[in-house]
Write a protein that binds this ligand. Structure first.
Ligand code: SAH
Length: 248
């Protein structure tokens, strides 16, 4: 691991987080501190792609505060704070912490936002968002994963997240339009219903590309006139966006 300025910067951030009481005290403090340092390092390493020097401080605080070990299978707890994706069963994964932080940053949300997530998985990304926004609506197509995430989130006291089992392709019309949408599985093309359910001025963060092929993390920003402005951020590897029965 590289030493020097990259390892110095996070220390001040972490002491600030401890000072503000943002971090839970549950025996994983050291691991979380190292995870934050690893995220900061990866942000620096990828800035030639992303054009981003540092992630939003509130996003980093949210990531630093969520007990990631609660969202991974018990057998993998000791790996929970590594800056890697991990298997969560059913052939699915909890995303890499850096990717969770980056995608959250790109959503540009605040305490008034109502957001939609497609691909609840473990519920970890939803938990990070829940610390930043008014409400998270999240859809998971695999029932066992969705129910488990719902239980985990409830047990940890995240009362502003609603989980639905169904096909995220059609979005969640009853709660639309959204202030931001995040898709955590890769479709080959962005589902039109999700574009329709974005508010003007809102953003969708979505990995686009073939299953297990070359995918690009994109930001789609809906202009006030309804046009979509698309920005490529980074090459990524997500699990495929599954086509369901389209009945939600
Ligand atoms: N955000 C998750 C990562 C989940 S991986 C986390 O923080 O843990 C992507 C998830 O998307 C998988 O659980 C997969 O089952 C789900 N998924 C794939 N296609 C979907 C679809 N059409 N609708 C809803 N969920 C889908």
């Amino acid at each position: 691991m590289k030493k020097g300025i990259l390892t110095v910067l996070p220390v001040s951030l972490i002491s600030l987080l401890f000072h503000t009481g943002a971090l839970a005290r549950d025996g994983y403090e050291t691991e979380r501190r190292e995870m934050i340092a690893a995220i900061v390092e990866t942000v620096t390493e990828t800035r030639s792609y992303t054009g981003i020097d540092a992630l939003d401080e509130q996003v980093m605080q949210a990531v630093a505060a969520v007990p990631r070990h609660e969202f991974v299978p018990p057998a993998l707890r000791s790996f929970a704070y590594r800056n890697n994706a991990l298997p969560i069963g059913e052939g699915q994964t909890i995303s890499q912490p850096y990717i969770v932080a980056l995608m959250t940053h790109l959503m540009k949300v605040d305490g008034d936002s109502a957001v939609l997530e497609i691909g609840t998985g473990s519920g970890y990304q939803a938990a990070v968002l829940a610390r930043l926004v008014r409400h998270v609506y999240t859809i998971e197509i695999i029932e066992t994963l969705g129910r488990r995430a719902e239980d985990t989130l409830a047990r940890l006291g995240f009362d502003n997240v609603t989980v639905r089992i169904g096909d995220g392709y059609i979005g969640w019309e009853e709660h639309a339009p959204f202030d931001a949408i995040i898709v955590t599985a890769a479709p080959e093309e962005v589902p039109q219903p999700l574009i329709d359910q974005l508010k003007p001025g809102a953003r969708m963060v979505v990995p686009v590309g073939p299953a297990f092929g070359y995918q690009t993390l994109q930001v789609l920003e809906k202009q006030e006139n309804g046009e979509i402005r698309e920005t490529d951020i980074l090459p990524v590897g997500f699990v495929p966006f599954v086509k369901g029965d389209r009945e939600g």
